[in-house]
Design a protein around this ligand. Structure first.
Ligand code: ADP
Ligand code: MG
Length: 602
């Protein structure tokens, strides 16, 4: 009559394998984590046929005794929970199931020599079946070979994607681990080709060594257009690089997050980054980013998912706030610097044959163009406080330090020469031509002024002689009326009329004569979208941005040379003036050297 049976252990392991090792990249992640937990400083990873035929990882960690070797492939066997406390995990592994799971679905061979032993041993397994240990020869450390992955679970084998896709995943996995474990040398070979080869860094090496290592791991474009950020407090340290706003992507795929040495995915952190850039980037664009967080192990729960790629913070609000603040501070400090990829793109459009030689533009000049030199700071009212922070705050990277040291150019954006098409100011610096998009620059300056005015509670309003009536959806009207008070404090005085109309009585004077209907509709949309944000400050910035877009003079106006120069000088002292608040650049700088190349003079 009874129908319930206990599952045999090889089935249990196959089920677990379904969760832990969905594809070759996941196997590699588990094995690399094991090697790092074993103290390895050098890892050699070989894959054949995108990991289907062979995955081999050679490490120089502490190795295993023959007894441990036998146990290592048992389910729920681990050396990593000495405190028996699941809430203070300091190793990458802790579940004791990776080797058992992988062994259940492949042919596996582990050869290992413990650091205190003269002898090495080899354990062979097939579909979860153990063979007797055999003596072997191996230096201190461990080699694990996985052959014919998924051979015992044909259904899973069918789910494998093309070699190319699987290899991309492997690459991505190894890349992430290499970014965060700087003390480990990584080599990755695929079908005889070396794909990645980075040295280990020792503790004493400075930021530039790490930067150099990073440059070979990820897109050098990113590193050359990124600002470092750093935040440290009791029990929490955050550091990393964030791209200049003008270097952005349509997705978050260029963002890497690491918490306590673990690559993770996390919505909360992504939101924090979005808020950090809210001021300088459109909603649908995303910066590139590397973020490394070290946090007390008790403050995170890593036991959320078998692959350990997700975590939970015990104090999510604090984390989000800190990351947002760290990014904002770093981005303010770069002033008006824009990514050097802009000039490159511009030049390539003018003459596509200039496309190769990717490093020519990057390497030449990392100077934050629109940062005022410390000597000049005293005579400029606005950024003095900011500059003091710039100088006093320790910035880990020599790149940035150099750049502050060599700013001697008296006028970063140069002298205005002329205006073209009523919108483009052309200026000349010592060694370049600068083209400013007057409209975008105005928008940015206005935006910063409004933000300042709102922060100081000094928004002045202008009474409309004839109140303007705007027709809206009922939901838009409701949204705006719910924020009536706040909007009034930001200079926009509205009243409801009926279900679908709003009467606008006053507007912020700074806007001149805006297109009121368009402004009100955009505001309603933005506020609806922001609905879930609890922090008022977050919305203020979006609302300033929307308002700044609707200022009266939308396109350019003819400017005198004095006016043009005034605008340039204002840009130089306005925070984040390198881009409008949608992340588009406000100016393009073309180096003379590049222009000479354009004409074949170099
Ligand atoms: P976990 O990593 O969660 O402990 P695993 O199944 O991945 O579980 O590994 C089981 C045990 O095998 C580890 O706890 C460790 O003691 C040992 N081990 C695995 N890989 C290595 C390695 N490369 N070097 C030394 N020991 C290892
Ligand atoms: Mg493990």
């Amino acid at each position: 009559m009874n129908i319930i049976k206990r599952l045999p252990s090889h089935i249990i392991n196959q089920i677990a394998a379904g969760e832990v090792v969905e594809r070759p990249a996941a196997v590699i992640k588990e094995l690399v984590e094991n090697a790092i937990d074993a103290g390895a400083t050098s890892l050699d990873i070989t894959v054949v046929h995108a990991g289907r035929t062979l995955i081999r990882i050679v490490d120089n960690g502490q190795g295993m005794t023959p007894e441990d070797l036998e146990l290592s492939v048992e389910r729920h066997a681990t050396s990593k929970l000495p405190t028996h406390n699941l809430f203070a995990i300091t190793t990458l592994g802790f579940r004791g199931e990776a080797l058992a799971s992988i062994a259940a679905i492949s042919r596996m061979r582990i050869t290992s020599r413990h650091q205190n032993s003269q002898d090495a041993w080899c354990l062979r397994m097939e579909g979860g079946q153990k063979f007797d240990l055999e003596p072997a020869s191996h230096p201190v450390g461990t080699t694990i070979e996985i052959q014919d992955l998924f051979y015992s679970t044909p259904a899973r084998l069918q789910f494998m994607k093309s070699d190319r896709t699987e290899m991309d995943q492997i690459n991505d996995t190894v890349k992430k681990l290499a970014i965060c474990h700087t003390g480990v040398a990584f080599r990755l070979h695929n079908d005889q080709k070396i794909i990645l080869d980075v040295p280990a860094l020792s503790d004493g090496q400075d930021g530039s060594a790490e930067l150099k290592r990073l440059q070979t791991i990820i897109d050098p474009q990113f590193i050359n257009n990124a600002v470092p950020f750093l935040y440290e407090t009791e029990g929490l340290s955050l550091s990393g690089w964030a791209s200049l706003p003008t270097l952005n992507r349509p997705s978050t795929s260029g963002q890497y997050y690491f918490v306590n040495g673990r690559p993770i995915r996390d919505k909360l952190l992504q939101t924090a980054v979005r808020l950090g850039y809210q001021d300088v980037l459109a909603h649908d664009r995303h910066p590139l980013l590397i973020m490394k967080m070290t946090i007390a192990p008790e403050a995170v729960d890593v036991n959320v998912h078998p692959t350990k790629a997700e975590i939970r913070f015990r104090q999510p609000d604090q984390i989000r706030h800190v990351l947002t603040a760290a990014l904002k501070r770093a981005l303010t400090q770069v002033g008006g610097r824009t990514s050097d990829t802009i000039a490159e793109t511009t030049l390539m459009k003018m003459q596509p044959s200039l496309a190769p030689a990717p490093n020519v533009f990057y390497a030449s000049d990392k100077k934050p163009i629109a940062t005022v030199s410390p000597a000049r700071a005293k005579s400029v009212p606005l950024p003095a406080r900011q500059l003091r922070e710039d100088i006093s705050r320790p910035i880990p990277l020599s790149v940035i330090q150099d750049s502050f040291a060599d700013i001697t150019a008296p006028l970063p954006l140069g002298e205005a020469k002329t205006q073209l098409h009523e919108n483009y100011i052309v200026a000349q610096t010592e060694d370049s031509i600068v083209i400013v998009d007057q409209h975008a620059a105005h928008e940015r300056i206005l935006y910063e002024q409004m933000k300042q005015a709102m922060a100081d509670n000094k928004v002045t309003r202008q009474l409309l002689l004839i109140p303007e009536m705007v027709n809206l959806d009922p939901s838009q009207q409701k949204t705006l009326m719910e924020r009536q008070q706040e909007l009034a404090s930001w200079g926009l005085v509205i009243e409801a009329m009926g279900e679908t109309t709003i009467v606008v009585r006053e507007v912020p004077s700074i806007l001149g004569q805006p297109d009121i209907a368009a402004l009100v509709k955009d505001l309603a949309d933005d506020i609806q979208e922001l609905g879930h944000h609890e922090r008022l400050q977050d919305s203020i910035e979006t609302i300033c941005g929307t308002m700044a877009c609707h200022r009266s003079v939308r396109s350019g106006r003819r400017l005198s040379v004095e006016e043009m120069n005034a605008l340039l000088r204002q840009m130089e002292t306005t925070p984040s003036s390198g881009q409008c608040n949608h992340g588009r650049p406000t100016y393009v700088e073309l180096k003379l050297a590049d222009i000479e190349r354009l004409f074949g003079r170099r």
